[in-house]
Write a protein that binds this ligand. Structure first.
Ligand SMILES: Cc1ncc(COP(=O)(O)O)c(C=O)c1O
Length: 361
């Protein structure tokens, strides 16, 4: 880790692999002899098209994306998908199932209500989203056009440890905060998507992986830019795509491959997370928000029970070089976001800090 860099526990945008940043830095004014920065290139130029195709290809291989699926590299933001999904998918039956297990699935659920009959298939709001419901708690409508869930709840710090079984109803998943942290079987999903700014690239890019037969059934008033079929037909280039972010994604994917791919990421994920949960569970002062069995490997939410002590913790941690640990206002306390690019050493040092704070307070 270079000298002045801090351990950044931000929920997003968040740490990127140092090697990716350094490579981008070394190429920033003159990319591969082109005489210009990737930021300055036409998205239709040969040199950028190569970056674009190679990045798509790297992602396809890393995630083992099957035939019949398209990888879209869009500008919508993950929140844009809250609208794009119902606009494109609901026409089949006019009904949709939503699992609300946190802040962002709740926002998606509310947005979808504009477009049809939305069934709340399951919710964890009864206990402040501290757990992930089990399969048998989900009330599925076999006539739903799709079932929607969010695999990792960034704000509350819970993560689905299974893929819900929905029969013939297509599965739609927001993987914004745990994509590329483990292997996933893409063939189980109709659509999976993620904002880039946690595990992939700078903000401004949204990756959507869609089973192509689901597109082309949009509601008649669907905005052109929100039509999956438009973006499939134009290979994400109906308009200018987020070129710089796509380039950065390519560099992050190279780094992931060097770390042993998604199996490597999954090992590191639980190495970091288990170390942190063990430290918190063995402390006198700290309690975790998420219930055991539902805990996220990416966002660890915890508190002391005293707002004053929480504030003191955040302040002292910041001074010691552990930044962005303040929890989301909906949960309070602290949140350590430990995405792919967080070095294991960063979590080891945070654990030392937690143990010392626990003893001294
Ligand atoms: C799980 C999840 N979904 C959606 C979003 C919203 O992302 P965006 O800001 O790209 O719209 C976030 C942002 O933190 C998130 O964590």
């Amino acid at each position: 880790m270079s000298d002045q860099r801090v351990y950044n526990f931000s929920a997003g945008p968040s740490m990127l692999p140092l090697s990716a940043l350094e490579r981008a830095g070394s190429e920033i004014t003159n990319y591969h002899g082109s005489g210009m920065s990737v930021m300055e290139m036409s998205h239709r130029s040969k040199v950028f098209m190569k970056i674009f195709e190679e990045t798509q290809d790297k992602l396809r291989r890393l995630m083992n994306v099957p035939e019949g699926y398209q990888i879209l590299l869009l500008q919508t933001g993950a929140s844009g998908q809250f609208s794009m999904i119902p606009l494109n998918l609901i026409s089949k039956t006019g009904k949709e199932d939503y699992a609300v297990t946190g802040n962002f699935s709740n926002l998606a659920y509310k947005e979808a209500q504009k477009y049809g009959q939305i069934n709340l298939a399951v919710s964890s709001a009864d206990r402040d989203h501290c757990y992930i419901p089990r399969q048998e708690q989900i009330k599925l409508d076999p006539e739903a056009s799709y079932f929607y869930y969010c695999s990792n709840n960034t704000v509350y710090g819970t993560e689905w440890d299974y893929v819900p079984e929905t029969g013939n109803v297509p599965l739609v998943c927001d993987m914004s905060s745990d994509i590329l942290s483990m292997p996933v079987d893409v063939s189980k999903y109709g659509i999976l998507y993620a904002g880039a700014q946690k595990n992939m690239a700078p903000s401004g890019l949204t990756v959507v992986i869609i089973r192509k037969d689901l597109a082309g059934h949009e509601l008649p008033y669907t905005p052109l830019m929100m039509n999956y079929q438009t973006m499939i037909d134009k290979d994400s280039m109906y308009n200018t795509p987020p070129c710089w972010c796509i380039y950065m994604l390519g560099l992050t994917l190279d780094w992931i491959n060097e770390q042993g791919g998604l199996e490597g990421m999954e090992k590191l994920k639980w190495q970091r997370a288990n170390m942190l949960y063990d430290t918190l569970d063995n402390s006198r002062l700290f309690q975790c928000h998420a219930e055991k069995g539902s805990r996220s490997g990416m966002n660890v939410t915890f508190r002391t029970g005293s707002e004053e002590l929480d504030a003191k913790f955040v302040q002292e941690a910041t001074a010691a070089g552990f930044v962005n640990l303040k929890g989301h206002r909906k949960v309070g306390g602290m949140r350590a976001s430990i995405y792919n690019a967080m070095p294991v050493e960063g979590v080891e040092k945070l654990c030392d800090f937690i143990r010392a704070f626990d003893q001294n307070n």
